[in-house]
Design a protein around this ligand. Structure first.
Ligand code: NAP
Length: 240
């Protein structure tokens, strides 16, 4: 599946060393994009890039904390002209963080990376997808900062969609429960099991379920889709 991308265009994926970000990076490479894969964890991001290259794809790694403006500037300049951006990295909801610090880490980083990218002057037809959560705009969770931060990502995406188009398109995804490394404990818990039982699809999401939606929204197939927040949750929010 090539989604209609121009072969060799560059995509930046943050948090590409694990879970959803890794799945996006692998699928993007298979769709013909050159992947600039960013993560905090060096071993993990090198493993993602090695997997892409072994599969015949094109990828470069950047060890970059998206909360560090100097690291973001360095990674962007190493990436060259970037047509597509996926703001995926963010702290796990299970972490106990100060509310304001957590908002900065959750949505401040998305704004900072996007702004730095916009300053490079992305080519016509460029697009960004931000990873929010059903916990932002659809359901409440135990974590005050996670719910607030993910809702803020949706609001920021709407700002981009209305104030930066037609130069770029901006959309967001709200994943439901996706089985990734950070969710391993939750998947095994009673609450995790009951979420799966109550999901119309009777399973947790796979990282590839999210990756397919992200690539579609970035691609020319979605040329007139701008400003949406798309749940990828097996229909779970509709049951709430
Ligand atoms: P994951 O498997 O933990 O992967 C996230 C990756 O991002 C990790 O490699 C992590 O590195 C990296 N990362 C974290 N903070 C970073 C930073 N400041 N700079 C660069 N890289 C950073 O998590 P996931 O489940 O795929 O989640 C990805 C995104 O989807 C998150 O924004 C999450 O909130 C969202 N989401 C996930 C679910 C779900 O059910 N899985 C549901 C809704 C939304 P470390 O491991 O070193 O921290």
């Amino acid at each position: 599946m090539d989604f209609g991308f121009t072969r060799g265009d560059t995509i930046v994926v943050t948090g590409a060393g694990s879970g959803i970000g890794k799945a996006i990076a692998l699928m993007a490479a298979r769709a013909g994009l050159r992947v600039s894969a960013w993560d905090l964890a060096e071993a993990a991001i090198l493993a993602t890039v090695a997997e892409i290259q072994a599969d015949g794809g094109d990828a470069v790694a950047a060890v970059a904390d998206i909360g560090d403006p100097a690291a973001v500037a360095r990674a962007l300049s190493e990436a060259g002209p970037v047509r597509y951006l996926v703001n995926n990295a963010g702290p796990a909801s299970s972490r106990e963080l100060d509310f304001n610090d957590a908002l900065a880490a959750t949505v401040g980083t998305v704004q900072a990376v996007t702004d730095a990218w916009l300053r490079t002057g992305p080519a016509e037809g460029s697009a960004v997808v931000n990873i929010a959560s059903v916990a932002g705009n659809y359901v409440g969770t135990d974590s005050a900062w996670y719910s607030a931060g993910k809702a803020a990502i949706a609001g920021y995406t709407r700002h981009l969609a209305t104030r930066r188009a037609p130069a770029i398109r901006a959309n967001a995804i709200a994943p439901g429960f996706i089985a990734t490394p950070r969710m391993t404990g939750f998947a095994a818990s009673e609450l995790g099991q009951s979420l799966v039982e109550r999901n119309p699809m009777r399973r947790a999401g796979h990282a590839d379920d999210v990756a397919g939606a992200v690539l579609f929204l970035l691609s020319p197939l979605a040329a007139y889709i701008n400003g949406v927040l798309l749940p990828v949750d097996g229909g779970w929010v509709v049951t709430q």
